[in-house]
Design a protein around this ligand. Structure first.
Ligand code: NAD
Length: 372
């Protein structure tokens, strides 16, 4: 098949969906691989490097020849309009926000897959772009916090006196949170973390951090968090009011799949924090965990900096692209194996393919999409 990897909108994303090593693996499988000119530049992969592996550097308009188009972010309408009938699009699709894209996929009989619908199962973890990217975001959040903080992180005993270890609190101990905890620990901070899912306590403790319990009768578990009751929210708030004044860095990562992120730090709770301390809000794209968060900005309230990156992955675009490309390769390998057995994509009986397929042959297949 003829595959194309498109350049992301460089104003918002420096990553690239296919890296040179993955392009080579696709070529070795017998595919022709096109990469849009300069697509890898922002992540540190030059056109020359792609060419070395047999990639053809292409113009964006070459999308019209492609059997498969890869991208990290949803395609622009004008790109979708150039795709041929039955072409396959594999990318994050923002499926609950991009009705126009989905209508167009349907109308133009394009097969589209949403990578954010990859299930949280063991078998799917090699393809899980949300996990691979969240892990790097968590790491980078801890590094950036250490960089911005006007104090050191580890305990330092010097002839001029002792520098105490900084205190870091991580709210939400999922993929990003656990990586933030591990990184802050490696940097020598004293780390505490909390989550609505009680089962993560063991994982937090195994990283050498303290699990901060919220005294509530409500418990939730499994891999999907839910919106908590008012009783839980009150208990969590009370706990945070006692813990926040001691923290130097707070990294928030709390999300509820498919919903707005919960607000767990209100303005008057920020006011309890020490001047000079920092909140890094990794949930800003889905609304933010702090009432003062402004996406893409650093806001200062009573000397507390509340930082919300537009796209923290731009600061680690090389590794983020490498992991994303590996995830895409695993997904595409599964898809092509299944297509050999079953030509009609909408009839493929595989839980990962079924979960991610949005549109096919002029129909909306995903039961999670309702355009009306
Ligand atoms: P996420 O990004 O949706 O949420 C981040 C964390 O925030 C979660 O741990 C969640 O419980 C927590 N949270 C939600 N509301 C909160 C609140 N009000 N206060 C405090 N914390 C709150 O989650 P994620 O990181 O993508 O993953 C969550 C779980 O799913 C993890 O245990 C992860 O290991 C698992 N997972 C498994 C796979 C797989 O097996 N393939 C893939 C992805 C995730």
């Amino acid at each position: 098949m003829k595959l194309i990897a498109l350049m992301e909108n460089q104003e918002i994303d420096s990553r690239v969906s296919i890296t040179p090593d993955i392009a080579k693996k696709l070529i070795d499988l017998g595919h022709e691989v096109l990469v849009e000119k300069d697509a890898g530049q922002g992540a540190g992969f030059s056109d020359l490097e792609y060419e070395k592996y047999g990639v053809k550097i292409a113009e964006r308009t070459n999308i019209s020849e492609a059997d498969v188009a890869f991208s990290i972010n949803p395609l622009a309408i004008k790109d979708i309009k150039k795709l041929k009938k039955n072409a396959i699009v594999i990318s994050n699709q923002e499926p609950f926000q991009r009705n126009e894209n989905i209508s167009l996929f349907k109308e133009r009989e394009i097969t589209s897959f949403a990578l954010e619908f990859i299930p949280r199962t063991t078998r799917a973890q090699y393809m899980d772009v949300l996990s691979s990217q969240a892990s790097l975001a968590g790491y980078k959040a801890a590094i950036e916090a250490a960089h911005i903080l006007n104090r050191g992180l580890p305990l330092m005993i010097t002839t001029a006196g002792t520098v105490p270890a900084a205190k870091v609190l991580v709210m939400g101990a999922g993929v990003a949170g656990l990586q933030a905890i591990a990184t802050a620990k490696r940097l020598g901070a004293i780390v505490g973390a909390s989550d609505v899912r009680a089962s993560v306590k063991e994982q937090v403790e195994s990283l050498g951090a303290k699990f901060i319990e919220v005294e509530s009768s409500e418990k939730t578990d499994g891999v999907y968090a839910k919106e908590m009751s008012d009783e839980y929210k009150k208990a969590q708030e009370a706990k945070l009011r006692s813990v926040l004044p001691n923290q130097d860095i707070v990294i928030t990562t709390a999300q509820i799949p498919g919903k707005r992120a919960p607000i767990i730090i209100k303005s008057d709770m920020v006011a309890l924090m020490k001047s000079g301390s920092i909140i890094i809000d990794l949930a800003s794209k889905t609304g933010g965990n702090c009432e003062n968060t402004e996406p893409g900005k650093t806001v200062e309230v009573n000397g507390v900096k509340i930082v919300a990156f537009d796209n923290i992955l731009n600061l680690i675009a090389y590794d983020a692209s490498r992991l994303f490309a590996k995830n895409i390769f695993s997904f595409f390998e599964l898809l092509t194996q299944q297509m050999e057995k079953q030509k009609n994509i909408s009839n493929i009986d595989d839980e990962i393919i079924k979960a991610t397929l949005l549109t096919c042959e002029g129909k909306i297949i995903s039961g999670r999409i309702n355009l009306n």
